[in-house]
Design a protein around this ligand. Structure first.
Ligand code: ARG
Length: 456
């Protein structure tokens, strides 16, 4: 019998039960549902809304239910719909009439909104831990290979030489902002819905501020209708997850490219690669590919909830129950991806000869030549054009830029001197980019030190 069966003369159709239940997935909210209920019961007792004795037995009953769930002894029932009613029904079983007082001044509408906020808070804390671990893995690689030069790419074409560490540090910045997004969302997550009731508040003297303090919320939501109707904090978390998944996917794509035979910039540990069932020679970067592939479902969950929300009239509508599975899956997917990519990075070994050889392509230093001309007073646009003509001439002669004679260079670049011939050295090129954010070893060292302090 449902806890709300009073005004009904017959039970719900089995099909409807199967269609509308959420216990098969919202059971994972149990720690937060119990935590919220304990704070609520304590407040009801403190305010004299229910007898103190009843509040005490409710709290003891809820603790026992927590233990039952944790030991696996608790029986979840589909006919009780969701986590709230499964726990409340068991409480009434356990402690009798006092249990029937728990739901005083509360609705499942403000209850679920509270559970979800407590859940999100815990999840954001876990995401921060996992993102820190990933940043540390990237930082360690950067620190171990501080001198290593590789070609930097734009359009996946050789652009300018960069330190491998500089490339890795770019991801530290991205994952650092991802952490900021989750931490920042916490200020909005940390506001209490309880006390909103079903929609309009309560006639009872509830102490919302007291409950907020006990649950560690920063404040109480100031409008009861908003409190039960919105899911923007879930959307904010999902959009943070979508961005993190996008960053992970780009890192994964770099790894796939670097691991290809054509690049062969890196090696990956056997435990983090897979073979082919047909081709005996294969060693595939499946972990990185899956990280890239799983991004789609995370984006999908964000779009799904945005779509669910878009036409809902205020306030609570049962549509909102659809907010959970996608959120759970997005969180589980991103957390597992973070963990796996972090572990894989510990097995990543750069292949210095390959990176160095590719970075020595003199064409990568064409910009250095143009900037040398700027230092002689040539306007940049003219310098760019002269160097472009020089490059075209070399291509025509099927000659590397570094093999051109000074006379050949001067055909396109009248001001060129012997010094220009020295510019086609990738280490010199990297060393010269010595400004904040640049790839010079001194700058990269500074950034490594900065991140070591930030992550300590
Ligand atoms: N399982 C419900 C949900 O997740 C809890 C709130 C139900 N409220 C209601 N009025 N039926 O949304």
């Amino acid at each position: 019998m449902a806890l709300w069966s009073g005004r009904f003369s017959r039970g719900t159709d089995n099909l409807v039960q199967a269609f509308s239940e959420s216990i098969s997935y919202d059971h994972r909210l149990y720690p937060y549902d119990i935590q919220g209920s304990i704070a609520h019961a304590r407040m009801l007792g403190r305010q004299g809304i229910i007898p103190q004795q009843d509040a005490d037995s409710i709290i003891a009953g809820l603790e026992q239910i927590r233990a039952e769930i944790e030991s696996g002894a608790f029986v979840f029932k589909t006919e009780l719909e969701d986590i709230h009613m499964n726990i409340e029904a068991r409480l009434i079983d356990l402690i009798g009439p006092a249990g029937a007082r728990l739901h005083t001044g509360r609705s499942r509408n403000d209850q679920i909104a509270t559970d979800e906020r407590l859940f999100l808070r815990a999840e954001c804390a876990q995401l921060d831990v996992l993102l820190i671990a990933l940043q540390k893995a990237l930082l360690q690689l950067a620190e171990e290979h501080q001198e290593l030069i590789m070609p930097g790419f734009t359009h996946l074409q050789h652009a300018q030489p960069v330190l491998f560490a500089h490339h890795l540090l770019a991801y530290l910045e991205m994952f650092g902002r991802d952490r900021e997004r989750f931490t920042d969302a916490l200020h909005r997550i940390n506001r209490l819905p309880l006390g909103a009731g079903a929609i309009a508040g309560s006639t009872l003297p509830l102490d919302r501020e007291g409950v907020a303090r006990e649950l560690g919320f920063e404040s109480v939501l100031q409008n009861s209708m908003d409190a039960v109707a919105d899911r923007d904090v879930l959307l904010e978390t999902l959009s943070g997850l979508a961005i993190t998944a996008m960053h992970l996917s780009r890192l994964a794509e770099d790894i796939v490219i670097w691991f290809s035979q054509e690049f062969a910039f890196i090696e990956l540990g056997d435990a983090f690669t897979t073979g082919s069932s047909l081709m005996p020679q294969k060693k595939n970067p499946d972990v990185a590919e899956l990280a890239r592939g799983k991004t789609g479902r995370v984006y999908g969950h964000l779009l799904a909830l945005l779509t669910t929300m878009k036409g809902l009239p205020l306030t609570y509508n049962r549509d909102l129950q659809e907010d959970k599975e996608g959120l759970f899956d997005a969180l589980d997917t991103v957390k597992m991806t973070l963990e796996t990519i972090t572990a894989m990075l510990a097995t990543l070994r750069p292949v210095p000869e390959k990176m160095q050889a590719a970075a020595s392509d003199p064409a990568l230093m064409a910009t250095d030549l143009a900037e040398w001309l700027v230092r002689q007073g040539v306007p940049f646009r003219d310098a760019h054009h002269q160097v472009g003509r020089f490059v075209a001439g070399c291509l025509q002669r099927q000659q590397s830029l570094a093999d051109a004679s000074l006379e050949q260079m001067q055909e396109s670049i009248p001001l060129a001197t012997a010094e220009c011939l020295q510019l086609f050295d990738c280490r010199r090129s990297v060393n010269a980019r010595d400004l904040t954010g640049g790839t010079a070893p001194a700058q990269v060292r500074r950034q490594i030190e900065r991140w070591k302090t930030l992550l300590a």
